[in-house]
Ligand binder design. Structure first.
Ligand code: DX5
Ligand code: ZN
Length: 222
């Protein structure tokens, strides 16, 4: 089953609860929360206090994408704030296995994110620990960028590995997911589809989420 994960990065932050509710009415089933520290990526967004407010505003799982250095130091705070899924960047973690164990120890679902230039093969040994793998299909930091086409090969490779290894982790894609890119993304094997600009950019989150999800389901044959 494909799922749509509206990314609040492109939402109106002064009306976050309403924006999330609209995206949920449009069929969003997990809320994607982009945490940026101004060091790992050249942008600053939000942290645990906003996650705690979101936790009160929706019952949907909160998927926290940590684009931060030293994520271990903040994982307990995200757990306290009510995060459900936490993904950390391969490129930001010197002791990735330890970090993933820390996330799981705090009762959250662990995931790894790969930047466009990072190979899927680097994480083969830890795939059994993961709830999902997040393939960045843009360089992280900003919404509204164009999808990088070779990301499709990485999705396909991950799907192959999942079959070969008999695993169940899910495959998430983030960056440039929109009407003109969603069919090949789904056909390559992604089932968690993050979309920021395509959901919130035009100010019609409910309608645009619904249309995007419908295109994804059609491409998946669901
Ligand atoms: C980018 C973020 C994304 C962002 C995607 O660094 O990780 O989640 O919101 O935005 P769109 O869907 O606009 O490419
Ligand atoms: Zn993201």
């Amino acid at each position: 089953m494909v799922e749509l994960l509206p990314s609040i990065l492109s939402a109106d932050f002064a009306h976050l609860a309403d924006q999330v509710a609209a995206a949920e009415h449009g069929g969003g089933t997990v809320i994607h929360v982009d945490v940026m520290d101004g060091h790992f990526v050249p942008n600053i967004t939000l942290g645990p206090p906003v996650v705690a407010s979101l936790r009160k505003a929706t019952k949907l799982p909160l998927d926290c994408h940590l684009m931060i250095e030293h994520p271990d130091e903040y994982i307990p705070a995200f757990a306290d704030a009510g995060a459900n899924w936490v993904s950390v960047h391969y490129e930001a973690c010197r002791h990735l296995h330890r970090t993933l164990e820390l996330i799981a120890h705090h009762g959250m679902k662990p995931a790894v994110v790969l930047n466009p230039a990072t190979r899927v093969n680097f994480i083969v040994d830890i795939l059994p620990m993961l709830h999902h793998v997040l393939i960045m299909s843009v360089n992280p930091g900003f919404g509204g960028q164009s999808f990088i086409p070779f990301s499709l090969d990485k999705i396909w490779r991950l799907k192959q590995l999942r079959e070969e290894m008999g695993l169940k982790f899910r495959i998430e894609v983030d960056g440039g997911v929109a009407h003109d890119t969603i069919a090949p993304i789904v056909q390559a094997g992604a089932d968690l589809l993050v979309a920021g600009n395509a959901v919130f950019g035009a100010g019609r989150p409910e309608e645009d989420a619904r249309a995007l999800l419908s295109a994804a389901r059609q491409a998946a044959g669901e």
